[in-house]
Design a protein around this ligand. Structure first.
Ligand SMILES: *[C@@H]1O[C@H](CO)[C@@H](O)[C@H](O)[C@H]1NC(C)=O
Ligand SMILES: *[C@@H]1O[C@H](CO)[C@@H](O)[C@H](O)[C@H]1NC(C)=O
Ligand SMILES: *[C@@H]1O[C@H](CO)[C@@H](O)[C@H](O)[C@H]1NC(C)=O
Ligand SMILES: *[C@@H]1O[C@H](CO)[C@@H](O)[C@H](O)[C@H]1NC(C)=O
Length: 454
């Protein structure tokens, strides 16, 4: 495996023009550095400054502290001085036929960053091909069915739904009864802003690769979004993804001795795979893919709450907290007083916890203007690059080599998908609903600025 392949094998759902990012990254880093420079650079020199200088510096620092608080906190004061810290209220419930009114179908080939072996088709074409449908589940429930279909030659036709609404925060709940699963299969439910990636961030809520059965939540950001020393182990049940074998910067040799957690969300973070991001892993290995499908599905929840300084996520399968169950069951009730509001404090610890906002290592403005994406890809830069390691039997059977005669995992994965194996019939989504809540606005609580930290 070459250095290049190694460093991109865990790259994720990135989109659009990755080149644009690499071209502009230096500009971005300069801009980011400039805003944090006064705080970090002035203090070490203070012994050299006269008393008057010290007074000026203190005044400046207080000003900066307040300024940082206002801008990096995500605590923008809204509507008459209110902030979103109250109980949750329903914003959208996507269910049944109505589901599609909340999304646009993206058509065309997969993005450069993901490079999946699939072509996304329009809604009308998908409906015509019956890879998009409404089916009946248990108890006569309407379920949204999303799948893919082979073409005569080349990439499969598939679907990518992009949410119409943009979010700055929220509680996002996916009730999925069946998810695509298997070798070469790469489904995802996530949040991003493609046109401003990675500056406006990416949050992967559900992402399955090559039959993976352990859930993960990953954040992908620009620089200066680090979870190190900001997330207490007792805040969550899961762990960071631990990585070993990152190629040495100078020799390119995999470093198998060091082992470290992937807790830096910056896509270019040192000592992590390129675009790995910060990745939280569930403590149970039956929280994604086949075991969840066998249990009749699962509920995936992301709580993105800059005002309370965290992003959390949960998987509930097979058991669902009563409060969450009632919230979903009553989401569509017309009489809003009859709706049960979700209260995450009743659900137990999340498996993933990310600290964002004031006093953390990641300012809240790393996540902005995001919409939901629900898609089904094949092979490409993640599933394809890992295909030979994660599906060794198929890799031997469909073995393809590159121009140099060396085994090529991506071409091998493509060859497997192109053979239209019977297993791909199982690679479909069945979704009961997607529910989005936001906290109600309330008067801000007094919060002291902790000058000692600056
Ligand atoms: C993704 O794969 C394509 C095609 O193999 C390649 O050209 C591109 O550089 C890859 N991008 C990333 C970010 O790995
Ligand atoms: C495909 O998407 C483009 C926008 O990217 C849109 O203009 C076009 O109408 C779409 N085609 C179909 C068949 O929906
Ligand atoms: C899943 O975890 C259980 C216990 O936590 C373990 O016994 C089992 O071997 C694991 N299965 C796989 C496929 O790793
Ligand atoms: C694929 O074929 C090449 C060339 O014959 C061989 O070197 C390689 O070991 C094979 N890889 C697998 C996974 O079968």
């Amino acid at each position: 495996m070459t250095h290049h392949q190694q460093s991109q094998e865990d790259s994720s759902l990135i989109d659009k023009d990755v080149g644009k990012y690499y071209d502009n990254i230096q500009q971005l880093e300069l801009a980011t550095d400039a805003s944090s420079l006064p705080v970090s650079a002035i203090w070490p020199k203070r012994t050299l400054i006269s008393r008057i200088g010290i007074v000026i510096v203190i005044i400046l620092s207080i000003f900066l502290a307040l300024h940082l608080r206002a801008t990096h906190d995500g605590r923008e004061v809204e509507q008459g001085g209110l902030v979103p810290t109250g109980p949750y209220r329903l914003l959208e419930a996507h269910e049944g036929r109505d589901f599609f009114s909340y999304y646009d179908f993206y058509n065309g080939s997969d993005s450069l960053g993901s490079a999946g072996f699939n072509t996304y088709v329009s809604q009308s074409k998908a409906e015509e091909m019956r890879i998009v449908d409404i089916v009946t589940g248990d108890n006569n429930e309407e379920l949204v069915y999303l799948s893919s279909a082979p073409t005569k030659v080349g990439p499969r036709d598939s679907i990518r739904l992009e949410g119409k609404r943009r979010f700055e925060r929220g509680l996002f709940i996916l009730d999925v009864r069946h998810m695509p699963d298997g070798c070469g299969v790469w489904p995802a439910f996530w949040l991003t802003d493609e046109d401003a990636w990675p500056w406006n961030g990416e949050i992967d809520v559900l992402e399955g690769v090559n039959g993976q059965t352990t859930a993960k939540t990953a954040l992908h950001t620009s620089n200066e979004c680090d979870m190190y020393a900001h997330v207490a182990p007792y805040a969550k049940t899961g762990d960071w993804e631990w990585i070993t074998g990152i190629p040495n910067t100078f020799t390119g040799e995999p470093d198998l001795r060091s082992n470290k957690p992937a807790d830096n969300c910056w896509i270019m973070a040192q000592h992590q795979w390129e675009n790995e991001g910060c990745t939280a892993v569930h403590d149970r290995n039956d929280t994604l893919g086949a075991p969840v499908n066998a249990a009749g599905g699962g509920i995936y929840v992301l709580e993105w709450d800059p005002q309370n300084h965290y992003i959390k996520s949960w998987v509930f399968s097979p058991e669902i907290p009563q409060n969450l169950f009632d919230a979903m069951r009553t989401a569509k009730v017309k009489d809003t007083s009859q709706r049960v509001m979700p209260d995450p404090s009743l659900w137990g610890l999340p498996y993933a916890y990310f600290a964002i906002g004031y006093t953390t290592g990641c300012s809240a403005d790393h996540f902005k203007n995001m919409h939901l994406v629900l898609n089904l890809a094949f092979c490409g830069n993640v599933s394809g690059n890992r295909f030979s390691r994660e599906c060794p039997v198929l890799a031997e059977k469909f073995n393809r080599t590159n121009d140099n005669g060396a085994h090529d995992p991506v071409l091998t994965c493509n060859a497997y998908i192109e053979s239209n194996p019977k297993e791909l019939e199982d690679a479909h989504w069945k979704i009961k609903g997607v529910y989005v809540y936001e906290r109600m606005l309330e008067a801000p609580k007094e919060e002291k600025v902790d000058y000692a930290q600056i």
